[in-house]
Design a protein around this ligand. Structure first.
Ligand SMILES: [Fe+2]
Length: 319
């Protein structure tokens, strides 16, 4: 049996999310102790894009013996490159801040920070780091960078997804060799392929759908889905929207791992496990009996919350 654990969006930050650091350490420790063969993290490893948080992530992975191409595979998310607004006050300044972000520098910083995990990968687009191919046990990973540069029109908040033409052509060029059944083709990228806001949830109001399509979408996803089918892809592992779920598109199973340590309605540490056993493959969400670690602020708020007291009416005949 060969098992892959998939998580996403740990958003670690010494400045803003110390509780995420605790949660990530606990989750990775549990995964390692269970003897899982390999771990995939599909982006937003750090929340700020700062060097300090990259050092911290390296330290966490290194202490668990994960800074190794055979043990860990990573791709970038929008926070790894652009950071994000973390306090209410940042919401106003972020649109200005993002224009000054050096996209190429930060993308390279991501690759350098986790350089050991890219050792031995096959790059498909010349000197570009993405897309890459990595064979791990029975799985063939195709790692993409779905974070495009900032653009006022197409990516105003840095949160949209897009796989550029260079990566697209590189993937097209290896379609013939992906048709063997020797490996299970598994795509790894940051952005999602399902609708964040479903028609049945907001039947008469298209406003939020429009907001989503402007700021949170994987662009040209139908074209990409067709390519994934041609690539004989069995699984797509991604993150971005903070919840864990498994869904199907075009006969391919998609797994979102972004509720691993925060924000999922089920507030327990969790991961997706992709299992290969005697030629059969399965994917499922595994939940640990450990709740998300809380921030000092949230703990303080809970401490001050008094239990609701409802006076019961006196019962007749009972003294
Ligand atoms: Fe993200």
């Amino acid at each position: 049996m060969f098992r892959i654990a998939h998580i996403s969006d740990p958003h670690i930050s010494r400045q803003f999310y110390r509780e995420h650091i605790k949660s990530l350490k606990m989750l990775l420790r549990s995964i390692v102790d269970m003897g899982i063969d390999h771990i995939v993290i599909s982006g937003d490893i750090v929340s700020t894009g700062h060097e300090d948080d990259y050092y911290l992530a390296r330290e966490i992975f290194s202490k668990l013996g994960l800074l190794d191409t055979k043990r860990l595979t990573v791709v970038p998310g929008n926070h790894d490159i652009f950071g994000g607004p973390h306090r209410a006050v940042d919401v106003l300044s972020f649109p200005q801040h993002i224009r000054g972000v050096d996209y190429v520098r930060n993308k390279n910083m991501f690759v350098q920070a986790f350089a050991e995990t890219f050792q031995g990968v096959r790059r498909l687009a010349g000197r570009a780091f993405f897309p890459f191919v990595k064979e791990i046990g029975p799985f063939r990973f195709l790692g993409l960078n779905s974070v495009p540069p900032w653009s006022l029109r197409y990516n105003p908040l840095g949160t949209n997804g897009f796989v550029n033409q260079e990566q697209f052509s590189a993937l097209e060029s290896i379609v013939p060799e992906l048709q063997d059944d020797e490996f299970v083709n598994t795509i790894i990228c940051h952005h999602h392929f399902n609708d964040l806001i479903r028609e049945e949830d907001v039947p008469s109001n298209n406003f939020w759908k429009k907001v989503e399509s402007k700021t949170m979408r994987m662009k040209k996803r139908k074209k990409l889905l067709r390519l994934f089918s041609e690539m004989n892809a069995r699984y797509v592992l991604h993150g971005h929207i903070h919840r864990n779920e498994v869904y199907e598109r075009n006969g391919i199973l998609f797994a979102n791992g972004a509720g691993a340590i925060c924000d999922d309605p089920v507030r327990y540490l969790k991961y997706n496990v992709l299992e290969h056993d005697d030629g059969f493959c399965s994917i499922r969400i595994c939940q640990l009996p450990i709740v998300y670690q809380e921030s000092m602020v949230s703990m303080a708020l809970h401490r001050n919350r008094k239990p609701l007291h409802i006076p019961m009416p006196a019962m007749g005949g009972v003294e």
